[in-house]
Design a protein around this ligand. Structure first.
Ligand code: GDP
Length: 344
């Protein structure tokens, strides 16, 4: 990057970090997301934990469009929450948590070089330490680093409330397991050797009792300051679609995360062969309408003419004519790809 590019970047305002929580099954990801979601202003928990909702809908790990009005069992309507923001008390600093299956947060990376998340929180049950899926996630994190993706890792050592647990021992073991994977935990005596990325912070937490969550959120904000996350404001918005579905009486409902620019009501949007105009813009939490949304903010958009694909990018264009042109181009490209002979 030239000095000039850097000067332009420095003129952009800071944006909140976008965080994806991942972990081995049963290490407490769902419990943690529920605890965090409870801290998101405007969020009312509907029919119990997201896990129960998912179980009553589709199976865990299914794409994020699980909640298309699931909660029939409880007789209520369960809102899909694909992302939410948590603010620190007494500060405007916020963290955006993605509640889509981990890898979906990175689905588009290869095609676009733009990924949805800035930080991975790896949840590890203190007594279990790193397990098979934890190792896969670490592999994934390392592969992102190798592709020069600007991503950080934070470790949440969970279930510290378990009776009889020896915290120091668990932490010591986990730190050494991470070291074996080439990851240095902050505060460990510097050992010789090559490490992946920067030393990672480790937060002892209890998702169940809420212990340590404030420190972790504070740590995530600090992490974003170190990463110096910024996004331009004065340019047409763009972002990533987290979920797209058709809701009765509402038509196409899209959840998205703004990555750049300010998305406004009335904007013309394009995503692949799909377009529309932002007719209603809402916060993903609390169901309130907003007139605009800035970078890292999760939003619900109504006004797409057809159903776009979750994981795809969207962007605002100047006019409906331009949108039409782009959509036709995208459709033509898709057509050629589909009509290609199978053997080439
Ligand atoms: P997931 O598969 O990673 O989403 O794990 P869950 O959040 O469903 O948790 C698996 C089990 O661990 C459940 O029985 C939780 O109640 C329990 N659990 C999760 N977090 C904690 C915690 O902080 N402390 C204790 N004691 N149990 C926890």
């Amino acid at each position: 990057d030239s000095d000039e590019d850097e000067a332009i970047r420095m003129s952009w305002p800071a944006r909140p970090p976008v965080v994806t929580v991942m972990g081995h099954v049963d290490h407490g990801k769902t419990t943690l997301m529920d605890a965090l979601r409870r801290r998101a202003p405007g969020n009312k928990m509907t029919t119990g934990s997201s896990k129960n909702n998912i179980k009553s809908g589709k199976k865990k790990g299914a794409p994020a469009n699980v909640g298309d009005i699931a909660g029939t069992e409880a007789g209520g309507i369960t809102q899909v929450i694909t992302a939410f923001q948590v603010a620190l008390e007494g500060s405007d600093a916020a963290v955006t948590f993605l509640d889509t299956p981990g890898h979906a947060a990175f689905r588009n990376m290869r095609e676009s070089g733009l990924e949805a998340a800035d930080v991975i929180v790896l949840v590890v049950a203190a007594e279990d330490g790193l397990a098979a899926q934890s190792l896969e996630i670490l592999q994934f994190y390392k592969s992102l680093l190798e592709q020069n993706v600007d991503i950080s890792l934070v470790v949440a050592m969970n279930k510290i409330d378990q009776p009889g647990i020896n915290l120091e021992e668990c932490q010591y073991r986990l730190e050494n397991q991470l070291l074996q994977e080439g990851i240095l935990v902050e505060g460990m005596p510097q050992t010789d050797g090559d490490f992946f990325g920067s030393p990672v912070p480790l937060y002892p937490i209890s998702a169940k009792e809420g212990t340590g969550l404030d420190d972790m959120i504070e740590g995530l904000i600090l992490q974003s300051e170190i990463m110096d996350l910024r996004a331009p404001k004065e340019e047409p918005a763009s972002g990533i679609l987290l979920d797209a579905r058709i809701e009765k009486g509402l038509g196409v409902v899209v959840d998205a995360i703004v990555r750049s620019g300010d998305l406004k009501k009335g904007d013309v949007v394009v995503s692949g062969e799909h377009k529309g105009r932002v007719r209603i813009l809402k916060s993903t939490q609390g169901n309130t309408q907003v007139s605009e949304a800035s970078a890292s903010q999760p939003v619900r958009i109504m006004g797409f003419d057809s159903l776009p694909t979750a994981g795809d990018l969207f962007r605002v264009v100047e006019s409906e004519e331009i949108a039409q042109e782009l959509v036709e181009k995208a459709a033509a490209i898709k057509d050629t790809a589909e009509n290609k002979p199978a053997m080439m």
